[in-house]
Ligand binder design. Sequence first.
Ligand SMILES: *Cc1c(COP(=O)(O)O)cnc(C)c1O
Length: 403
Amino acid sequence: MIPKHCSCLQVKDYLPYFGSKLTARTQPECSMTAVWGHLFQRQGLFPTPTGRHALWYFLERVDLQAGDEVLIAAYNFYVIVRLVVQKGLVPVFVDIDPETLCLDATDLAQKVTDRSRLVIVTHMFGNPANLTEIGAVCRQHELLLFEDCAHGVGTLWETEQVGQAGDGALFSFGVEKLINTFGGGMLVLSDHLAAGYGPPPHPVSKLTSFMDTFGRCIRSVLTAPRLYGWTLYPATRLGERALPQLREWIIPAKDDPDYRFASQSRAPFKPFMKQMQALQLARLAENISRRRDIMRQIKTRLSHVAEIAFLDEDKHGRSNGSYFGIVVPDPAALARHLARHGIGSNPQEYYDCAALAQFSAYRTPCTHAGYTSDHLLRLPSYPWLRAAEIEHIGHTIEAFWHG
Ligand SMILES: *Cc1c(COP(=O)(O)O)cnc(C)c1O
């Protein structure tokens, strides 16, 4: 079984976590700069409980009024849109560039109004957005710019780590992210917004904190390449029929109309996370180059298949290859075909949020976001894939159309 996603953790990456359970925690302060400073020119790097907390804190930090408009890509993780709505702001959906899956600068310029205050740009799948033109629109209309870099560790806009082109950025270290520390996030602020800032206190019970982090630790163990096929994979199959809660725990929904951000439901950022990040950052270049290599091999292998359209991941810099997507006529049918051959994939990684029922008050037609939502298939691209597995993926996709 080749899963869609696999944990990139090695055994030694778990040691800081279990070490922190065994020894007294002696490092109360988390200096993110010590771990991340080499990637950023900015000083304002703050640990947060999750990536979404970083956006929430940013929205509290900047001076926005209820009813202010937030320009945001329609093809998006619905949680980010939900936070905007929950804050009393008005999401204005902007179409995407189908080659990068990121906010389209031309459509952005057309959607600006007198009420626009903030642009949220996502480096979707780890592909750098067109920050040159998006930044120019923001400067021209004096809009705040926030970057969602949940997929973007090691993504370069031109030659610079993304997350420092505007006023703020979020990073996420959840279990499906390129750097996984069983949760945790980071808020990046411009020097101006960072001056005198500290994230709010995050008091949660020891039990909540432990259950949250340990649960994610277990999930990471079970998505190790050699374990997944025997544990979570059969469990998700079972969960499809019998245990929806189990399935929700393993694969959280990508469109939950009842979701509301609750700050205290998650563990705080813990000192071991910083140590885990340092271990994984030391391998970042290798991880990215392997992912990009796999992506390139599969694209080359399938370049003659007329039914497939590929993205242009490096259009505005260098993608980190954290997610790999192809565009096909019927992704659900191809996903079923791949599953029959032991290959995991996801025909609905994200939705066109401008068309979701939960955001119907803000509905806007976004042609490319709608098309992408209906036609994109996410394929495996994690660095443990072996040559034979890569060939199996390429061959199986080709055989779907050409026997
Ligand atoms: C995971 C993710 C987030 C938020 O991260 P959490 O740490 O889960 O809050 C934000 N945006 C995108 C695109 C993501 O994939």
